[in-house]
Design a binder for this molecule. Structure first.
Ligand SMILES: [Zn+2]
Length: 312
């Protein structure tokens, strides 16, 4: 029987789970809503029900492991979620024990952006390298660092919180307590907030602001300014990352990618200006788009058991 693993991506409003074989072929995928209004028991129930469904369908015998990506910090040793804005019900819950108990088998937890980075390394834009950084630019900015093919976790699993590195001293205040965090200046949310301040329209999405930037108009000019400012903030962060890691690959994903053409030149210019390492390694350093989109987290979660076994 072919071996497979189950990966789950647990979001603020939905969960998705997939059975994926060792070669990276997706055998099956299911998705559903997470019942936050119903509280912790309901969410834990939804998680184990989705995993059980896939396990029953594809057989317990071939199941090599289960990985779950969660939006929040995870204390890896204890298997506890701490500091999750999206999953307040699960804060402080020994989630690994709870899922283990319900399923009768072990699960591996990982921060969702770390899982996405691992997914890109396994089956996406990073498959040819051992070292990469992924930035997910959405509502906030998540970060994942893969070093030597493995997730860089730090002492308790909180490494890679790249959305909260400072790119503007005394910049916009952030929920984390800092000011000028990358995610306050370069996330899709930051872009839409700038558009609102510049009176480009109500309720615009990052995609709308990209569409505006394509127009030859006063609003188009303003939209292009927003993407320049966003690209420069991103470039400052990338310069720091390149100086820190000297990795071959820095990947970007999320809702801002359709406007790549508008922010990329400014991002690269700023990264070059601020990083000698980047200028000296321009042929060996790539800043590129991730390729798995929101499937990255599923692939990465499913890869966790294989990565864990390989490190034993
Ligand atoms: Zn912050």
């Amino acid at each position: 029987m072919a071996e497979y693993t189950i990966g789950m991506d647990l979001g603020g409003t939905n969960l998705r789970a997939a059975a994926i074989d060792k070669s990276g072929r997706m055998l099956d995928k299911i998705s559903g809503a997470t019942n936050f209004a119903q509280g912790r028991e309901a969410v834990l129930g939804d998680i184990s029900a989705a995993i059980s469904k896939l396990r029953e369908k594809h057989g317990a015998a071939g199941l090599a492991g289960i990985g779950v990506g969660v939006p929040g910090f995870i204390r890896m040793q204890e298997g506890i979620i701490t500091g999750s804005n999206n999953l307040p019900y699960l804060e402080g819950v020994p989630i690994r024990e709870e899922i283990n108990r319900r399923l009768g088998s072990a699960v591996i937890l990982e921060n969702d952006a770390n899982a996405a980075a691992l997914g890109e390394k396994w089956m996406g834009a990073g498959r040819d390298v051992e070292d990469l950084v992924l930035l997910t630019l959405g509502t906030g900015i998540g970060g994942g660092i893969i070093a030597g093919g493995r997730v860089l976790r730090g002492v308790v699993g909180m490494a890679g919180e790249l959305g909260h590195i400072t790119v503007v001293p005394n910049g916009n205040p952030c929920g984390c307590g800092n000011q000028g965090c990358l995610e306050k200046h370069a996330s899709a949310t930051a872009v839409t907030a700038m558009a609102q301040l510049m009176h480009l329209g109500e309720g615009l999405t990052a995609k709308d602001i990209g569409d505006l930037a394509r127009t030859d108009s006063e609003k188009g000019e303003k939209a292009r300014t927003i993407w320049r400012v966003m690209g420069e903030a991103l470039g400052i962060a990338l310069a720091m990352l390149i100086n820190t890691f000297n990795f071959p690959l820095y990947l970007l994903s999320g809702g801002v990618l359709p406007s790549w053409e508008f922010f990329e030149p400014h991002m690269v210019r700023m990264a070059r200006q601020r990083s000698y390492t980047f200028r000296a390694t321009v042929n060996e350093t790539r800043i590129a788009q991730a390729t798995l989109g929101n499937e990255a987290g599923l692939y990465g979660a499913a890869y966790l058991p294989w990565a864990e076994n390989a490190s034993k």
